[in-house]
Design a protein around this ligand. Structure first.
Ligand code: P1T
Length: 377
């Protein structure tokens, strides 16, 4: 089936009790057992819930995976994945990464004796060189947040296969509409469903998608033990949102491509980061492994005074954390989404105080360009 057909139908059937076309929100924590151990596969919503199950089947189909598990947030999905490891295990991570993921690894999971090596994963050899006998997991974001760097999923997957490591890819920026890491050899796909999958900035969620039965057993066990499940209501809301993912992503991609061109040709802008620009260092790779370039653009202005003025002058782009909603947002990574990364490290990576990140929404392109133009002036 095509992407939108799956987005609208996969995992969903008219409800057998009423023939309702739209799956009901099963707002129940518990389920009747006719006698000990006799039930319909559901006993308690922390373990499984019918609305969440439908959503999980739907997203698994879109990501071309066998299984999906839905969590209460993107970071809780990542937490569950790292919770399948043991003290002493080592993880290789892309060095440019969402600040909250960095914080989870550096300030929480390190206390449980997991160790992390952050590498520039745009160079496959850096990933290979970081592998140790204790390495269990390679965790990459591609494109990265906020610098939109691209790593070669297929090449890294080959190394992981050879060394018997799990490769997890955070696919939040691309969504399954533009990129399918499992098909390129990854073992686990991660989504902050709070972003494009949800698409309307009104729900917090996370998803893991994978093919292995062993991972299903481990991750389901961790999830029910930790309790980081997506609620029935948010599962339903996400299921509804995903139906329009393709049309939204096409528009995000179109608007962002045009805005990236506009920024590239503006003298007030020092540098533009967008994988759809032929000047992007991994443009060829981006074209190979992605079917679009997404709606996130980062760029550098010349000084911080200019940044502050620009952020307050914008009228449609709203200064706020998060991304991927239908409305355009602007963010200052150094003080907002990436504030938990120490300044020295941030600057070494290129997340300077002059960096601005746009989440380009699906409003009318002309209005968005005029807004940026007047704010720059
Ligand atoms: O916010 P949450 O649903 O927990 O997702 C965490 C997360 C994971 N992965 C990526 C690539 C992300 O961008 C995020 C969250 N990011 C932001 C809130 C942000 O504004 O960048």
């Amino acid at each position: 089936m095509g992407f939108s057909t799956d987005a609208i139908h996969a995992g969903q059937h008219p409800d057998p009790s009423t023939n309702a076309i739209i799956p009901p929100i099963h707002l129940t924590t518990t389920f009747y057992q006719e006698e000990i151990g006799k039930h319909k596969g559901y006993v308690y919503t922390r373990s499984a819930n019918p609305t969440r199950d439908i959503l999980q089947k739907n997203i698994a189909a879109l990501e071309k995976g066998s299984y999906a598990l839905a969590f209460s947030s993107g970071v809780s999905a990542i937490h569950a994945l790292t919770s399948t490891l043991k003290a002493g295990d080592h993880i290789i991570v892309s060095e440019d990464i969402y600040g909250g993921t960095f914080r989870l690894f550096e300030q929480v999971m390190k206390n449980f004796e997991l160790s992390f090596t952050f590498v520039d994963s745009t160079k496959v050899e850096n990933v290979e060189a970081a592998v140790r006998s204790e390495t269990k997991l390679v965790f990459i974001e591609t494109p990265t947040n906020p610098l939109l760097l691209i790593s070669d999923i297929k090449a890294i997957a080959e190394i992981c296969k050879e060394k018997n490591l799990i490769l997890a890819v955070d696919n939040t920026f691309m969504t399954p509409y533009f990129q399918n890491p499992l098909e390129l050899g990854a073992d686990v796909v991660i989504h902050s469903a709070t972003k494009y999958l949800g698409g309307h900035s009104d729900l917090l969620g996370g998803v893991l998608v994978f093919n292995s039965d062993e991972l299903l057993n481990k991750l389901s066990f961790v999830q029910k033990s930790i309790g980081s499940v997506l609620s029935p209501f948010d599962s339903w809301l996400l299921l509804r949102s995903v139906k329009t993912l393709a049309v939204r992503m096409d528009r995000h991609n179109y608007n962002a491509s045009k805005i990236a061109d506009f920024l590239l040709n503006n003298n007030s802008i020092k540098k533009v980061y967008y994988p759809g620009l032929s000047s992007h260092p991994q443009y060829e790779l981006a074209k190979k492994q992605m079917r679009g370039f997404g709606g996130i653009i980062s760029f550098e202005l010349h000084d911080f005074k200019q940044v502050k003025k620009f952020l307050t002058n914008l009228k449609i782009f709203t200064l706020a954390e998060s991304l991927g909603g239908v409305e355009s947002l602007v963010c200052h990574p150094a003080t907002m989404t990436h504030a938990s990364i120490p300044k020295e490290r941030r600057e070494k990576l290129g997340i300077s105080d002059n960096l601005v990140r746009l989440s380009v929404g699906i409003e009318d392109l002309e209005d968005l360009i005029l807004d940026i133009e007047q704010a720059l002036k």
